[in-house]
Design a protein around this ligand. Structure first.
Ligand SMILES: [Zn+2]
Length: 140
């Protein structure tokens, strides 16, 4: 399955190849202080392949907080946050926002709350290496 997503104005777009086709897509409503404020709900497939296309990089704000090991990519024109990346051991990992999906049947989304409070930095990075998308192609 090819999942397409983009911010509202289309400046940040992504395609996530999910093979084999998912019977359900985990949708984690993140309980961190930032995601609580903007309603961040994320998914990833460690075997997926993500292609990101940014039309105008000057209109992307990268926001970090807390351990500063992840970057939220915020479209400065429309305010949407389609993805988060984390660079670990020189590899770029990513999760994408199910809120930015285009044309995906909502009944595929298996929503659940997620809280990573109290997780140490080492276990946080290890979890991302296990769960986040490990193949990320970036075209600007
Ligand atoms: Zn935008």
């Amino acid at each position: 399955m090819l999942i397409h997503g983009k911010c509202h104005c289309g400046n940040i777009a992504f395609t996530l190849a999910w093979d084999p086709d998912p019977r359900e897509i985990p949708a984690r409503a993140c309980g961190c202080t930032f995601c609580t404020k903007h309603g961040g709900v994320w998914t990833s497939n460690p075997d997926g392949k993500l292609t990101v296309k940014v039309l105008d990089g000057s209109l992307v704000t990268r926001y970090r907080f807390g351990t500063e090991t992840a970057e939220f990519h915020i479209c400065s024109r429309c305010g949407i946050v389609p993805l988060v990346t984390s660079r670990i051991d020189d590899r770029l990992y990513a999760v994408v926002s199910v809120n930015a999906f285009e044309g995906v049947d909502p009944s595929l989304l298996k929503r659940s709350p997620a809280s990573f409070d109290g997780e140490g930095e080492a276990s946080r990075l290890a979890r991302r290496k296990r769960n986040w998308i490990a193949k990320v192609d970036w075209t600007a």
